[in-house]
Design a protein around this ligand. Structure first.
Ligand code: VGL
Ligand code: ZN
Length: 209
């Protein structure tokens, strides 16, 4: 894979809490780290994202009396899956995985820091309105092609890819550099929507255009 100079790699939420042993472990999540490191070396432009919640965040099941992780509730901005407490600001679980080795990454986008709104996407919070600033950053840097890898494929990778596509970026998810949570059919749904909306799904071994 040889990415163009107007391409960016978005490395999504490769944090301790999403790795085996973490609070919201994505199975096999650790397995992608060497591949992500290798892919990143081919990109001039790399952005890393970090899920970054205050204690008592609205996405935590523990915030809602009588609710369990992986249940869904209706919030003012739509349906919200409830999660175990994870990626609390400043905690070791929120730290980037120690094996992540991307010293040339230029920007770390933190997201999900508003107590009352979740943010899967690196571009917009879950209300689909509140921006993180990433769109402007990429526009100003003349980026045209967004590649997305990381955790979890069916949540933060998927939502990030959707927003990238919606803003006119050519958008590619490198599937073998992702792992999914796959709760209640979430992976099949994400794949179907990506296929319908023109988000490419490729393997890291693919040759680019
Ligand atoms: C994520 C669930 C909750 C993710 C973040 O990174 O995919 N999933 N917070
Ligand atoms: Zn989260």
């Amino acid at each position: 894979m040889v990415p163009e100079s107007n391409a960016v790699l978005i490395v999504t939420d490769i944090q301790n809490d999403f790795l085996p042993g973490g609070a919201l472990a994505v199975s096999d999540g650790h397995a992608i780290v060497p591949l992500v490191n290798r892919l990143a070396r081919g990109f001039q432009n790399v952005v890393i994202t970090q899920d970054w919640h205050p204690a008592g965040h609205i996405s935590f099941a523990s915030t809602h009396a009588g609710r369990q992780p992986f249940e869904t509730i209706g919030l003012r901005y739509g349906q919200q899956v409830l999660w175990p407490d994870h990626c609390i600001q400043g905690s070791s679980g929120a730290e980037l995985a120690p094996g992540l080795d991307i010293p040339h990454a230029q920007l770390i986008i933190r997201k999900g820091y508003h107590a009352h709104t979740d943010s899967y996407s690196a571009f917009f919070e879950a209300d689909r309105k509140t921006p993180t600033g990433l769109t402007g950053y990429l526009f100003e840097r003349n980026i045209e092609h967004v590649f997305v890898v990381g955790l979890a494929l069916d949540f933060c990778v998927f939502w990030t890819a959707q927003d990238a596509r919606a803003h006119g970026f050519q958008t590619t998810v490198i599937e073998d550099a992702c792992r999914a949570i796959d709760t209640n059919g979430s992976l099949a749904e994400a794949n179907a929507i990506m296929d319908k909306t023109g988000i490419q799904r490729i393997q890291s071994t693919a040759r680019l255009g």
